[in-house]
Ligand binder design. Structure first.
Ligand SMILES: C[C@@](CO)(OP(=O)(O)O)[C@H](O)COP(=O)(O)OP(=O)(O)OC[C@H]1O[C@@H](n2ccc(N)nc2=O)[C@H](O)[C@@H]1O
Ligand SMILES: Nc1ncnc2c1ncn2[C@@H]1O[C@H](COP(=O)(O)OP(=O)(O)O)[C@@H](O)[C@H]1O
Length: 268
């Protein structure tokens, strides 16, 4: 079985408080985008994982695809599989690519083994792998609170708009990014603003990681300004960086970004 785990962007990312468990409460819109990895899982004599494409830092035994297998195997004793991940989504980029791989692996293993787990049950398994992971089970635009796993319906569609994602090849660790922010309660209605006019987003909808990271990595700020100069209706860094996205209704000239990793396409 083959699937195409896709990236997400954060439209607005408020870091509202530090929790007792060491995590932070956030408020954000998670929106799926088409930049995707390729994940193949087939039955096999023994469990194995290999990856091609972009190098994944860290021990392959801890890859989120294997973590997904072990989580389900603990409860359902599922037969071994061979997993092959072709990694395309930049890593440590605020795009949730690793989380998408883990969540898609859960969905595939549920189907291949006829486990009959509901989306809600799969979301609970996904939450054990990371805060971003549960989103990728339903993989639909949503307003998120809690540490990223509490979902609220959002009346927003960007269908028909174009998006460009520019990753300046800087790897930012999520943990490190959170340690640089001072949490602050929201002082306006983020959800209502997202459900309103996109023209109003520029002045209100903000990624709280930008305050510290745009000063440290000025190239991120430069790309964001450039996307606005090119006519973006809204531009922002996504997640804990370093990728910047711009949402457009017009064609986009990508020639300024040849030295970076870039993806552009239509939003659903
Ligand atoms: C910032 C966000 C925004 O969507 O995305 P990315 O930039 O990673 O894509 C997420 O909150 C990232 O979620 P995820 O990447 O799954 O993080 P996790 O593996 O759960 O946690 C990694 C570390 O980040 C910090 N962390 C994460 C989530 C959260 N709500 N509060 C935190 O303080 C903790 O220090 C934790 O140990
Ligand atoms: N399948 C995977 N793809 C990418 N990273 C993975 C994967 N499995 C585990 N990881 C670990 O997760 C970290 C970053 O995850 P990723 O979701 O790509 O970034 P971000 O947190 O910016 O969204 C990497 O440092 C890597 O060690």
């Amino acid at each position: 079985m083959i699937s195409y785990p896709n990236a997400k962007i954060n439209i607005g990312l408020a870091i509202t408080s530090k929790r007792q468990d060491g995590f932070h409460d956030i408020a954000s819109c998670f929106y799926p985008v088409g930049w995707s990895d390729i994940l193949e899982i087939i039955p096999s004599e023994e469990l194995s994982f290999q990856s091609t494409g972009i190098d994944i830092p860290g021990n392959a035994d801890h890859n989120l695809c294997l973590q997904a297998y072990h989580l389900l195997n603990k409860d359902f004793n599922i037969p071994p599989v061979q997993m092959h991940l072709h990694k395309i989504i930049p890593i440590g980029a605020g795009l949730g690519g690793g989380s998408a791989d883990g969540a898609f692996a859960l969905v595939m293993l549920n189907e291949m083994n006829n486990l009959g787990l509901s989306d809600e049950q799969l979301e609970e398994y996904a939450a054990q792998m990371g805060s971003d992971c549960p989103f990728f089970i339903k993989n639909k635009p949503v307003y998120v609170t809690g540490r990223g796993e509490v979902f609220n319906e959002l009346d927003l569609t960007l269908k028909g708009k174009k998006i460009v994602l520019v990753n300046p090849n800087i790897h930012i660790s999520t943990k490190e990014a959170y340690s640089g922010v001072s949490p602050k309660a929201l002082d306006f209605e983020l959800k209502a603003t997202l459900e309103g006019n996109i023209e109003d987003w520029k002045d209100h909808v903000k990624n709280d990681f930008e305050d510290s990271l745009l000063k440290k990595y000025t190239v991120i700020d430069k790309i964001k300004s450039d996307l606005y100069k090119q006519g973006a209706e809204y531009a922002s860094m996504t997640g804990s960086g370093s990728t910047v996205f711009g949402i457009f209704s017009t064609e986009i000239d990508l020639s300024n970004y040849t030295e970076y990793s870039v993806w552009s396409g239509d939003l659903d």
